[in-house]
Write a protein that binds this ligand. Structure first.
Ligand SMILES: NC(=O)c1ccc[n+]([C@@H]2O[C@H](COP(=O)([O-])OP(=O)(O)OC[C@H]3O[C@@H](n4cnc5c(N)ncnc54)[C@H](O)[C@@H]3O)[C@@H](O)[C@H]2O)c1
Length: 387
């Protein structure tokens, strides 16, 4: 039986993925696991019983990740769980930037009550007409969870899609439509595409990535979409290009004083992942990660411990150990187990930065004495009998 505490309201769809072995508690001091969205967590408020924290979302700024690692608390997030919400808005952005849908609708609204509005509309509609996206070249920078979904959807809409991502994951590459052209030099994407959309994380290496040079080699009248982070674009260079017409339209999900109300822009108030479905998907992913860890000791999408998947425990017993990433640990664990005359049937050891994680499947049920022998080692941060 496990007790969990929600530090924010968490989608009921997500919580529905806990089974009868899980009890929600209002008392944080009694919790084995926490679910959180934006609430700020202080390390000193976490009880000794806390084994894991799952953030329903991608960012973990509100969680003391390193303090948790030191205490053997595994912190999870849910990257990509909100990708569909963002993808849908990017596709909407492509259409809104191509045809003046908003301008046309506004024109009709302004003619409310005018008797010959239908006749007038036929005369005026040309100014809102725009063009279709099928057959146009779309360049996508970053083919992760969101970028690859945008790429595949755009292929289905008949666009000619070009993707640039020197660090693409194997999974993302497998999921990508074979029709997406592989771009090796980002400058070629800037030069050739009618639409450019960016989906990279904000890193020192990507901040201001779409700079003066990038914009200068883009096609005249290019449309730029940014649903990743505003600071990925040099906005001074962008404002200049919007004034000159080099960039015909800029669609962004990030309102800030520079772009709010600027002509030729369509700026949204960070709507990308703010759907109920995105919240549900993040909560489902968070609950599944907690269950995989609590029930079998498997780690997927942790920000402070390595990924590790030993599957369901079929052995007599499974012991998991969070420890410092220093030499000789496996030898010490093996010796401790050997001293109890127990045989190891399977094991794995993974590391991430300063921390490591070992899973041991044993042929004989593990005892508290064995656990104490393992935890005597100062480099062991937490050990647990999972089964
Ligand atoms: N608008 C919103 O509401 C919203 C919601 C979720 C995520 N986001 C943002 O969208 C962006 C993408 O999110 P994601 O979930 O797809 O991330 P992800 O980590 O799944 O994918 C990012 C991809 O960018 C690639 N990349 C990294 N550096 C690159 C570079 N220099 N050039 C080209 N590619 C590079 C990586 O290899 C990876 O494939 C992030 O900036 C994220 O913060 C926005």
């Amino acid at each position: 039986m496990f007790y969990y505490n929600c530090l924010n309201p968490i989608s009921r769809v997500g919580l529905g993925h806990f089974d009868g072995n899980y009890i929600m508690t209002d008392n944080p001091k009694a919790a084995d696991a926490f679910l959180v969205r934006s609430a700020k967590i202080q390390a000193e408020d976490l009880p000794e019983s806390c084994l894991a924290i799952a953030r329903a979302g991608a960012g973990v700024n509100n969680i003391p990740v390193d303090e948790c690692a030191k205490r053997g608390i595994v912190v999870f997030n849910t990257p990509g769980a909100n990708a569909n919400g963002v993808k849908e808005l990017v596709i909407a952005g492509l259409f809104l930037a191509s045809r003046d849908i908003l301008g046309g609708a506004e024109w009709v609204r302004a003619h409310r009550g005018v008797d010959d509005v239908a006749k007038l509309a036929e005369k005026q509609k040309k100014q809102f007409a725009g063009h279709e996206i099928a057959g146009k070249k779309l360049g996508i920078i970053g083919l992760g969870a969101i970028g690859q979904m945008v790429a595949n959807a755009a292929v289905h809409l008949g666009m000619d899609v070009y993707g640039y991502d020197p660090y693409i994951s194997v999974d993302a590459a497998w999921n990508l439509s074979a029709s997406v052209h592989h771009v090796k030099e980002v400058d070629n994407l800037y030069r050739d595409c009618d639409y450019i959309t960016i989906h990279v994380p904000l890193l020192d290496s990507t901040r201001g990535m779409i700079d003066h040079h990038a914009i200068s080699i883009m096609k005249e009248g290019v449309i730029v979409l940014n649903f990743a982070r505003d600071v990925l674009i040099d906005e001074d260079a962008l404002v200049e290009a919007l004034h000159s017409g080099k960039v015909a339209r800029y669609v962004s999900d990030f309102a800030n004083p520079t772009v709010a109300g600027l002509p030729h822009t369509l700026v949204l108030p960070h709507l990308g992942a703010s759907t109920q479905e995105s919240e549900d998907n993040c909560a489902v992913a968070a609950v599944k990660e907690l269950r995989a860890y609590l029930e079998n000791g498997n780690i997927r999408n942790s920000v402070n411990y390595p990924n590790c998947d030993m599957g369901r425990c079929e052995a007599a017993s499974r012991v998991t150990i969070c420890h410092l990433n220093i030499p000789g640990m496996i030898q010490k664990f093996s010796k401790a187990i050997n001293d109890f005359g127990i045989n190891i049937s399977d094991m794995t050891n993974k590391s991430k930065g300063d921390y490591a994680y070992t899973v041991l499947d044993l042929n004989t049920p593990a005892t508290e004495e064995l656990l104490n022998a393992i935890t005597e080692n100062e480099a062991v941060l937490r050990a647990r009998i999972v089964k």
